[in-house]
Design a protein around this ligand. Structure first.
Ligand SMILES: [Zn+2]
Length: 252
């Protein structure tokens, strides 16, 4: 953007310079090329403005963050229960402890925590969650929360491709049953950032109770997989039912 500002300033300077030098005594044969130059620079300005208005890059196309063919239900969606405040746009997917999680898009690992074995169905455990944060080019990132301790091979700075292994579902942090808390958030200087509205490429924005079958089949997952979960298995697979416990399920 700064580069665009400099380029636009240079183009404006070129136009002013061209106008000054077009004196009345200049023969027509010399004026025409300079008039054409003004037209060219005007086009350059338009290009600058268009470039400046365009986003840095498009939002990633998200695939389900678990293995191809497995199905899990949404146990909690948006703006309800513990998903308020910064977590408004998150989803909880009920799935057994040990379920392998995979990347929903290409990205770079911004943060990993996997040393916690503490958990409980109470907001006082909010800071005890293990997580992986995968950053995308457009400034958003995927937060995988409640991972099993020491289940991720990833380190900060690792490049990850769609379908690569991320870690395993665990019981860590504020959790009342095994599940993955997943949200797309705008990057910030914490691990707990404001979630943003997002959609899965083939499932849109699933609501509570909806069963999602992963078609994230771009890469074979060598890790052993868990069986699919049914909505009846999902009892308790949320962060916490008490919306009055705090501003969100994990307090900043
Ligand atoms: Zn959640």
């Amino acid at each position: 953007m700064v580069g665009n500002v400099h380029l636009t300033s240079w183009v404006l300077w070129r136009i002013r310079r061209s106008k000054r030098s077009l004196s009345r005594t200049t023969p027509l044969m010399y004026r025409l090329p300079r008039t054409a130059s003004v037209a060219t620079t005007s086009l350059l300005i338009l290009a600058c403005l268009l470039l400046g208005a365009a986003p840095a890059s498009a939002a990633p196309s998200l695939r389900a963050p678990w293995a191809c063919g497995e199905a899990y239900p949404v146990s909690q969606s948006h703006n309800t229960g513990s998903h308020i405040g910064k977590g408004t746009w998150s989803w909880d997917f009920a799935m057994p402890v040990g379920t392998a999680l995979i990347a929903p898009a290409d990205g770079i690992v911004r943060a990993v925590r996997q040393d916690s074995t503490r958990y409980g169905c109470d907001s006082s455990y909010a800071y005890d969650a293990n997580y992986v944060i995968l950053s995308f080019q457009d400034g958003t990132e995927a937060l995988f929360l409640h991972l099993e301790a020491n289940s991720s091979p990833l380190e900060v700075g690792d490049r990850v491709r769609t379908g690569d292994f991320i870690g395993r579902v665990g019981m860590s942090g504020w959790t009342c049953g095994p599940h993955l808390h997943f949200q797309i958030q705008k990057t910030c200087d914490s691990w707990w950032c404001s979630s943003v509205e997002a959609n899965f490429a083939e499932h849109g924005d699933p609501s509570t109770g909806q069963q999602i079958t992963s078609s994230n089949c771009t890469r074979p997952t060598e890790e052993p997989q868990m069986a699919s979960y049914t909505p009846e298995d999902a009892t308790g697979g949320v962060d916490g039912p008490d919306k009055d416990a705090g501003p969100a399920c994990w307090i900043e």
